[in-house]
Write a protein that binds this ligand. Structure first.
Ligand code: ZN
Length: 274
């Protein structure tokens, strides 16, 4: 576990954290004016990338607001890359985002903090459960996370293929067949698209492989690969249909649909193609 310190004074600015893969949905707005968005990061975790370190707001320690640099103000704070949190020594170290429709997050400035402590050892691929698509049926936000990951994957697949793609029926085709059919040019030749990863060996021209949940590194396999989030990969690899209503009651977040879908086949239609 590592604790991030202020480079100016050495004060601890976070609780001990373990690294996870950077989520695809961090910069995606959800709807318009949705209050009480959840935290982007799980408690006790951080993700690095693009000069920022992302963590849950509740994992911050020893910071003070910089009120003159607040931005946002619909229902909370927005980002625009302006620090609104400082170490108690005055060093500007982070930006908190919690405005409506935005995933709540604190973004540490990489140059203003440094890690202290020993990182968690990297777990083997087999240490993770790849057989369950939905790990927590009280989680009502999976649809938005998966939609963002599917959008990222779609762009990468289009870049990797450049010609029509065929794929087996199932979750993979439910999510990608229609948008790929609209985005890739017709032609006399076609390539194949399939999943490959833990417990799933497949041969195809383009392979969707999972990113390691800790490091973000791609599953290693021969061929042209498109690394996707571990969460999206699990969903695509799990052919079981999900329940229409969560076991705990309540409603899934896509309730304007009639009939209700049992799989997220409309992920891209909802968020990208329209
Ligand atoms: Zn400081």
């Amino acid at each position: 576990m590592v604790v991030f310190e202020c480079v100016a004074c050495g004060a601890a600015l976070t609780v001990p954290l373990r690294q996870v893969d950077r989520p695809d949905h961090g910069d995606r707005q959800v709807g318009n004016g949705i209050r009480n968005m959840p935290a982007l990061m799980e408690p006790g975790t951080y993700a690095a990338g693009s000069g920022q370190i992302l963590l849950a707001p509740g994992d911050v320690r020893g910071m003070v607001w910089i009120p003159e640099q607040f931005d946002g103000y619909c229902c909370g704070l927005d980002a625009h890359a302006v620090p609104n949190l400082a170490c108690e020594c005055g060093q500007q170290v982070a930006t908190r985002v919690d405005d409506c429709s935005l995933w709540q997050v604190v973004m540490l400035r990489a140059g203003a903090v440094r890690p202290a402590g020993d990182p968690e050892p990297v777990a083997d691929w087999e240490a993770f459960d790849w057989s369950q698509a939905l790990r927590d049926d009280t989680d009502l936000w999976w649809h938005h996370r998966l939609a963002a990951s599917a959008e990222v994957a779609l762009a990468q697949v289009v870049a990797a293929a450049g010609m029509p793609l065929t794929m087996p029926d199932g979750p993979l085709a439910d999510v990608f067949r229609q948008p790929l059919g609209e985005l890739l040019p017709d032609g006399p030749r076609a390539m194949t698209l399939a999943l490959a990863g833990p417990g799933l060996a497949a041969g195809a021209d383009v392979l969707l492989v999972p990113r390691h949940p800790q490091t973000g590194e791609a599953w290693e396999v021969e061929g042209t690969v498109v690394p996707i989030s571990a969460e999206l990969w699990r969903w695509l690899a799990c052919t079981d249909e999900q329940p229409v209503i969560p076991a705990t009651g309540g409603r899934w977040p896509y309730l304007d649909e009639d009939p209700l879908p049992r799989r997220p086949e409309r992920l891209l239609l909802n968020s990208w193609l329209q």
